[in-house]
Write a protein that binds this ligand. Structure first.
Ligand code: NAD
Length: 250
């Protein structure tokens, strides 16, 4: 089997860290890219310690120069990257009337500009290799979520971006799909609980009661879906949005 080179952004913790570990366990070499370089290296060390092959790279995905430098480093140290998971994300929640321009721009910058810059850079290698997988993290918030005008717009934007990449890159053997998680227990959802003033345990319990499978998600639920889209077998699946939310979403 060919060993592929995967890049996972925002992989220093949460969903990204789990995705990186899973793609490594699937047999890929993995670049763990995150703002937090020290934590990226720890995730890479853990992967290397369990028999995988990974490197940690510090980069801000919304910064063009840093993205170019990071992807060049991946190509030099691991080989041509052909799997890209655009997972880096932030929330800056507020009701519209209280949302600042900085809150709006920060969220657009990481999710949309970040996914655009990373994809534009990595597709150079994918189209040359004639094979590639792009997996973008959307969210159930794309369907609308109170207090998240910026995040909902960005996550809906990720879906349009994904479908367009599927149309443009398909002829080069590159697929693009989106995974749209529901509630996943990570530092991001813990921060939401803190903002609304409830304990994380109570927040998870209340959320689970509203989810058909009666539990909140864990990062491995998302890593499983990403692993499918990133794999050899998914070559005829492109431009799709998979809600991984413990129940139907549309
Ligand atoms: P998290 O906050 O635990 O981790 C996000 C990571 O992204 C952090 O390590 C952070 O340092 C990194 N990051 C932030 N800005 C960055 C930048 N500019 N450049 C590089 N790295 C950056 O979040 P998570 O819960 O693991 O979420 C991962 C992805 O899944 C995000 O895109 C998020 O929007 C999406 N998502 C999460 C949930 C959920 O319930 N947790 C639900 C739907 C979608």
């Amino acid at each position: 089997m060919t060993q592929r080179i995967a890049v996972v952004t925002g992989a220093a913790r949460g969903i990204g860290a789990e995705v990186a570990a899973r793609l490594a366990a699937d047999g890929n070499a993995v670049a763990v890219v995150d703002l937090d370089e020290a934590a990226s290296k720890e995730v890479a060390d853990r992967i290397n310690g369990s028999g995988g092959w990974a490197i940690g790279i510090g980069a801000d995905v919304s910064d063009e120069e840093q993205v170019t430098a990071a992807v060049t480093r991946v190509a030099e140290e691991l080989g041509a990257p052909t799997i890209l998971v655009n997972n880096a994300g932030i929330i800056r929640d507020n009701l519209l009337f209280k949302m600042t321009v900085a809150d709006w721009d920060a969220v657009m910058g990481v999710h949309l500009r970040g996914a655009f810059l990373m994809s534009r850079e990595v597709q150079k290698y994918q189209t040359k290799e004639g094979w590639g997988r792009i997996v973008n993290l959307s969210s159930t918030s794309a369907l609308g979520n109170r207090g998240q005008a910026n995040y909902a717009a960005a996550k809906a934007g990720m879906q349009g971006f994904t479908k367009t990449l599927a149309l443009e890159l398909g002829r080069f053997g590159v697929t693009a799909n989106a995974v749209a998680p529901g509630f996943i227990a990570t530092e991001m959802t813990a921060a939401t609980a803190e903002r609304i003033g409830v304990s994380f345990e109570d927040f998870k319990e209340a959320s689970a009661a509203e989810i058909p499978v009666r539990r909140v998600g864990v990062p491995a639920d998302i890593a499983n879906a990403v692993s499918f889209f990133a794999g050899e077998g998914a070559g005829f699946v492109s431009g799709q949005v998979l809600y991984v939310a413990g129940g139907p979403k549309a």
